[in-house]
Ligand binder design. Structure first.
Ligand SMILES: [Zn+2]
Length: 99
């Protein structure tokens, strides 16, 4: 550079970086597109990627949020039912072993 001009690139380098893997095995480190985790070349470009709520890649849904919430609700209901049954008939608790 010419003269005594000081380049202030700190704010530029503080921006979020793309973490996509490159062919050399390192992270991309190009600036990520605003509001996205990837740069313009790795899926951050405007209108790239699947639309929100896309189900095309869903295989079984075992780890989907709605599936987890459903199982949690069923588990809570079963626990509540078990407690109610123990309250109604205390001698038939789960800790009692029947041989
Ligand atoms: Zn990138």
């Amino acid at each position: 550079m010419s003269g005594d001009h000081v380049r202030n690139t700190g704010a530029m380098w503080a921006s979020p970086r793309c973490g996509a893997g490159t062919r050399s095995g390192t992270a991309c480190r190009a600036p990520a597109v605003h509001g996205k985790a990837r740069c313009r070349m790795h899926g951050g470009a405007w209108r790239s990627g699947a639309p929100r709520g896309n189900q095309n890649a869903r295989t079984h849904g075992a780890f989907a949020q709605d599936g987890i919430a459903e199982r949690r609700a069923i588990r809570a209901l079963l626990d509540e039912t078990s407690k109610l049954l123990i309250e109604l008939k205390p001698d038939c608790g789960p800790e009692e072993s029947v041989g």
